[in-house]
Each structure stands twice: as C-alpha cells, then as structure tokens.
Design a protein around this ligand. Structure first.
Ligand SMILES: *[C@@H]1O[C@H](CO)[C@@H](O)[C@H](O)[C@H]1NC(C)=O
Ligand SMILES: *[C@@H]1O[C@H](CO)[C@@H](O)[C@H](O)[C@H]1NC(C)=O
Length: 263
C-alpha cells in the first residue's frame, strides 16, 4: 500500500514550472494543541522496513489530530555509494510531512532534494500537497551544507502552510496552500524522512539513492491534541535484502545514517 503508492517526483534543479506562490501569508489560526518533541512523544517504537523511506513516522489515535510539525537539518553532500558509478545520477530527498503514512489519500510535505550527477552536487527545495504536483520555492535557493528549518501546518484537512527558514540568515518563506479541490488530509501522522525520488506509478527513472552520510533532523517538534496517544515507527530502507539506512533517535533529534549495501 503506502510505500508502493507514495513515490516522489523527480525534482529538477532548474524546474521553472513553480506556480505563483504567496509568501508570508497565513491561512488561519491553528487550534490550541500541545507541542512535544517528536522522539520523546512516544516510548513505543516499532521498526519497519520499507522500499523507499527511512526516518520516523508518528501516528496519533483516531480521536486526535496533528496540527504542525517542524525540524531542522543540514543538506548533506550526496556521494557515489559503495559499488556505484561516478558517471551515474544519484538522488534522494529529505522532507517533513503530515499524513501519507496512515493516510493514503493525501500528504502535505516540504523538503529538499539533493543530487549527485556525474561529479556535480546540487540541491533544491520544494513543497507538495500530494497527489497534486510538487512545486519548487520560487523565492529561496538552497545549497548543499545549508542548515534549514522546515515546518508543515494543517489548519483543516484542506488548508495548511509550508515554511522554510534559512538558519544562516533567519530569512523565511511560507506558502499557504489548500482549497476545496485538494485531497483531504487525515491529520493523523507526521514523518521525518530521507527517501528515494521515484516517480509516481513507476513512470520515469527510479534513481538510486546516494551515500548521504548522516542526516539528522534536529529540533523535531510536533503539535498535536493532548489526547493523541502517539505511536512511533522507525523506518529503514531495505532494497534487495540489504539495509541502506540505520535510524536512531535521541530527545529532539532523528538521525538517519546511510550504511550502504551491507552484503
Ligand atoms: C542562507 O543564507 C546563506 C548566507 O547568506 C546563503 O549562502 C544560503 O544560500 C542561504 N540558503 C537558503 C536556503 O536560502
Ligand atoms: C533556526 O532558526 C529558527 C528561526 O530563527 C530558530 O527558531 C531555530 O532554533 C534555528 N534552528 C537551529 C537548529 O539553529
């Protein structure tokens, strides 16, 4: 189900089809909710193997809701993985989102794609209200090594905001999203993910994941209703029987290590 359905688009560094986006707009006022650090929100952690997602998913009970999720990360330098070919293209994305884990109908997320291509490395930042198409931020350019803070807020199942902060400068960009035509969010999970960027339904190339070293989501906070009873799943990518990642958590940080082909 989820992992075979929720593929990424390929995000091109030079993508110019970004729609006009509003900067700094607020879609509304979030209802009162408790803010907790994500790893500490639940002591129940299951380990889950996936095809294409590594990181953490936090799910709340059916009578609860998540409102917003935030975290900071440094965009890693993608490198040729062990046994790889320096003339190939390797691509991965790090993102934070609401839904997509226990809710197949929609996923609101924002993050960064980092690419190794024939010796060059590149990164670009995007947001997406799945299954609508992804958009690049028209007013912010990210580079490898930037420390950024990403946030996703759902005000209602069909309205929300994505925000990216440049932690070097404090500059931030926000995009208000949603209308009655958007797929409804369930508001029942949040994710911190490093994953592949396979196109939907297998269309287009499925690019292999680069060696991204270690990527840590720090300052990981989720805002949820106090009765949420969150459950935490730790996700690792296993391809052809080999684990590509190793995930660990500590207080407000989720650390995802590329461990390569363990054969
Ligand atoms: C953040 O600011 C630094 C310093 O001005 C700049 O080099 C970098 O490209 C910026 N990154 C983003 C994501 O805006
Ligand atoms: C990034 O910047 C935001 C806004 O200034 C700040 O709240 C946050 O603590 C910073 N995060 C890190 C990891 O420096």
């Amino acid at each position: 189900m989820l992992f075979s359905v929720l593929f990424f688009h390929v995000f091109m560094a030079t993508l110019t089809l970004a729609a006009p986006a509003t900067s700094g707009e607020q879609a509304g006022t979030a209802p009162i909710a408790a803010t907790v650090t994500v790893p500490a929100a639940s002591t129940v952690a299951q380990d889950v193997d996936t095809n294409n997602w590594a990181g953490l998913a936090l799910t709340v009970g059916s009578n609860a809701a998540v409102r917003s999720v935030t975290g900071a990360f440094t965009i890693p330098t993608p490198a040729v993985p062990p046994g790889g070919n320096s003339h190939e293209v390797y691509e991965s994305a790090a993102w934070i989102g609401i839904d997509g884990y226990n809710c197949d109908s929609a996923l609101l997320r924002t993050g960064v794609t980092f690419i190794y291509a024939n010796g060059d490395v590149n990164a670009n930042a995007w947001y997406e209200w799945y299954p609508s198409v992804d958009r690049t931020y028209y007013d912010i350019k990210v580079s490898i090594g930037n420390l950024i803070t990403a946030s996703v807020t759902a005000y209602t199942p069909q309205s929300g905001t994505v925000t990216l902060i440049n932690n070097s400068t404090g500059a931030q960009t926000s995009v208000a999203l949603g209308n009655a035509d958007y797929a409804a969010l369930c508001m029942n999970s949040v994710e911190y993910i490093v994953g592949d960027t396979t196109q939907p339904n297998g269309a287009g190339p499925s690019l292999p994941i680069p060696d991204f070293g270690t990527l840590a989501f720090s300052d990981a906070f989720v805002s949820l209703t106090p009765s949420a009873s969150p459950l935490t799943d730790l996700l690792n990518i296993v391809q052809d029987g080999a684990a590509l990642t190793s995930v660990s958590t500590e207080y407000d940080t989720i650390t995802i290590k590329y461990i390569g082909d363990s054969e």
